[in-house]
Write a protein that binds this ligand. Structure first.
Ligand SMILES: Nc1ncnc2c1ncn2[C@@H]1O[C@H](COP(=O)(O)OP(=O)(O)OP(=O)(O)O)[C@@H](O)[C@H]1O
Length: 312
């Protein structure tokens, strides 16, 4: 593969990585175009970080091939490193280093760095320029880590749970920046546990578990369903008797009061089903408020594929 003509940001085939007897990643294929954002989703221990660390060149796969910007991330790391940005999980810096000092240190290693002052400003870190790393809040440490990943004008960034622990303001700010990066043609490989982050920002999503890919596609492709996979939501008086409704609904439908006064019908939702639900409400002298028919959310798809039990 000629690095100058390879248009992919990341191209991987059959990636496999074992730690002792544990297969963390098994035959994963991955393709990320330049200027595209791909979200890797999976429960704890699914193999997301291992996959990303292979692409970053920090781990060598036991089997499979990976090219990042057309280069082998381990054997050609010296050529690759200046062209990528890495924001690892949990950041990491010398505890005594000050915010601006840290960013300038990283910038000094880059050929054509962005202006550190500008980056600190747009990431809302202007007021903590001289604060030591250990005194920054978790969200500020995350933003500094993001600034360090971006200061070298990377063609591709790896963001491992970039908004974990951030408040809503900081998260929105980072989301805007991530969208701007993508619009500027920067490839983004994102790992996240936040379904709304993946659904709103990414072009494509890959759901992995036990080291294997369970599903891939655009958020729309993964969440759009036929009539069998729609949901009907409405609000009404709490405690309505669902038994007669269940009997009247087509086979395979479920009806739940998910919270007091909030009802959810799942299954075959067609005009007849809607009419059955509203007739049932009328029989109870109840109003079906805020009646809404929609697709499954990405979270529903994720939980369906990976199960609902808590992982260690
Ligand atoms: N350096 C390592 N040595 C041994 N086992 C490891 C190592 N790194 C990861 N693993 C194991 O590989 C599996 C996948 O871990 P990985 O960190 O890739 O998952 P993840 O999807 O990123 O999880 P999380 O969402 O919790 O960050 C887990 O079983 C983990 O315990």
């Amino acid at each position: 593969m000629n690095p100058d003509v390879d248009s992919a940001a990341v191209r991987a085939r059959g990636l496999t990585k074992r730690f002792g007897g544990n297969t963390a990643v098994s035959e994963i294929d991955l393709h990320l175009a330049r200027g595209e954002m791909l979200a890797l989703l999976g429960p704890n221990g699914a193999g997301k970080t291992t996959t990303v660390e292979i692409c970053e060149g920090f781990l060598r796969p036991d089997a499979g091939q990976v090219r990042v910007l057309g280069l082998d991330p381990v054997d050609q790391s010296a050529r690759l490193r200046p062209r990528i940005g890495v924001m690892p999980q949990g950041g990491g810096a010398y505890p005594g280093v000050r915010t601006e000092e840290m960013l300038r240190l990283v910038a000094a290693c880059c050929a054509e760095p962005l202006d550190p002052s500008w980056l600190l400003d747009i990431l809302g870190l202007d007021g903590v320029r001289t604060t030591p790393y250990k005194r920054l809040s978790g969200g500020q440490q995350q933003r500094l880590s993001l600034a360090c990943a971006l200061v070298g004008r990377p063609e591709l960034v790896f963001l491992d749970e970039p908004t974990a622990g951030m408040d809503a303001h900081a998260r929105n700010l980072v989301w805007e920046l991530m969208s701007a990066l993508r619009a500027d043609g920067v490839g983004v490989l994102l790992t996240t546990h936040l379904m709304d982050e993946a659904e709103t920002l990414s072009d494509r999503v890959m759901i992995i578990d036990h080291g294997r890919v369970l599903a891939r596609g655009t958020p729309e492709e993964l969440t759009s369903g036929d009539e069998e996979h729609r949901e009907l939501h409405f609000r009404s008086r709490p405690g309505l008797d669902l038994e007669p409704l269940l009997t009247a609904l087509p086979e395979g439908c479920s009806a739940l009061e998910v919270r007091p006064g909030q009802y959810l019908v799942r299954g075959h939702i067609d005009p007849q089903t809607v009419s059955t639900v509203t007739a049932w409400c009328a029989r109870h002298g109840a109003m079906a408020d805020e009646l809404r028919i929609g697709r499954r959310s990405l979270e529903d798809v994720f939980l369906e594929l990976t199960g609902r039990e808590l992982r260690a």
